[in-house]
Write a protein that binds this ligand. Sequence first.
Ligand SMILES: NC(=O)c1ccc[n+]([C@@H]2O[C@H](COP(=O)([O-])OP(=O)(O)OC[C@H]3O[C@@H](n4cnc5c(N)ncnc54)[C@H](O)[C@@H]3O)[C@@H](O)[C@H]2O)c1
Length: 394
Amino acid sequence: MQSDKIRVGIVGLGLVSSAHLKGYESHPRAEIVAVCDTDAERVREFAKIHGIAGTYTSYEEMLRHAAIDAVDIATPTHLHAQMTRMAVEAGKHVHCEKPFSRTVAEGLEATEAAAKAGVKLAVGETYVFVTPHVKARELIDQGEIGRPMQIRHRHGAWVAREQPAIPVGPLDRGWRIDPEQSGGGAYPWIFDHAVHFFAAAEYFASDARIAEVYSLASRVDEAGQSGVSAPHDPYAKPEQDIPIVTWTYENSAMQGAWMRAEPLNGKFDFMRGFSTTIIGETSAIEVLGEGGHGLVWNGKQQHLVLHRSGKETVAYRFDESPDDIWQSEISYYSQGHINQVHHFVDSIVNDTQPRYDGAAGTHAVRCTLAAIRSAQESRPIKVSDIEPSYAAYG
Ligand SMILES: NC(=O)c1ccc[n+]([C@@H]2O[C@H](COP(=O)([O-])OP(=O)(O)OC[C@H]3O[C@@H](n4cnc5c(N)ncnc54)[C@H](O)[C@@H]3O)[C@@H](O)[C@H]2O)c1
């Protein structure tokens, strides 16, 4: 008898695969039956620890031989779009990590291939699945702040736990700072992360679309840099820093900004991690995201604070398991990824469109490419002016 579970094969067994694994293992309708990595030792160890029968060192072999319904792509960025195409053409549903592609053309082609094959394609954009963000959106949808008018992202240090609760993967993460493999050219860090910031900026703006981006590039001298960052995440070099990105939406009465200050670039912010203030017509929300810490209201750390004009302020905490990687009460690497993976499995089981799909993932890449071009050319860039073939490298 065929299993009533969605059989999943994971490719890429580094940091983020352990976060995805929890999502599949905790979903009653999913099971991981195959894993693949080019590092044979990593495959053996991962499969042994988690009791997974199918082991592969070749992605093509896994697609050809494993009895799987879906593929989870957790490999470095340069492989995402190509691996997505291969999987959907083999009739598999796909959950692919962000950034979905390195160019708009690559992302659109993979998205079209999935539509043609009639399979689900979800992009792993955890910022629209982490619980405090989802609650903020729910409050916005209920009209608690009026129309969202301004999105202000703040980015302090991501402080890693002394003992991570999940394996952080290989230490040889050269791809993250490689111009071509990261996709970001001279700005690999921003390419890897800005898709999150743009996705959250549209999510909090009730899905209003970002139309124009203006970045500020900065040169931090070596003396100003402490180099403190997450051990698993090599950061940009001083000359590659984009500490501030601003944008307007299609309705230019709405705008947003992302600003980073952390020891890495020689600046101190007492609030840690990612947090956002969402300014509405009548009220405002402050909310913590990835690695967030330090949002205090009435002497107590909160995870979301709703400031209402003429009414009492309401504070929320989400006491999920703390983060697996960061010193933060926000359960990003755990519950955020679980929420995201469950949503993907549910979209297959219930035959519904994933909330964050290939088109959304490609649009976030386009905004990010506009941010990089803006830093290079010191002028605002319209997102629609990013040609499908434009790459930040080469
Ligand atoms: N959504 C999030 O919060 C989040 C968090 C971390 C990483 N990510 C994204 O996930 C992706 C993976 O990041 P990571 O930090 O886990 O990377 P990693 O370097 O820890 O792991 C990547 C793994 O892929 C394997 N690999 C490389 N080429 C392969 C191939 N051709 N076939 C099979 N396996 C191959 C490597 O051996 C390695 O084990 C990146 O795109 C990153 O941006 C997302």
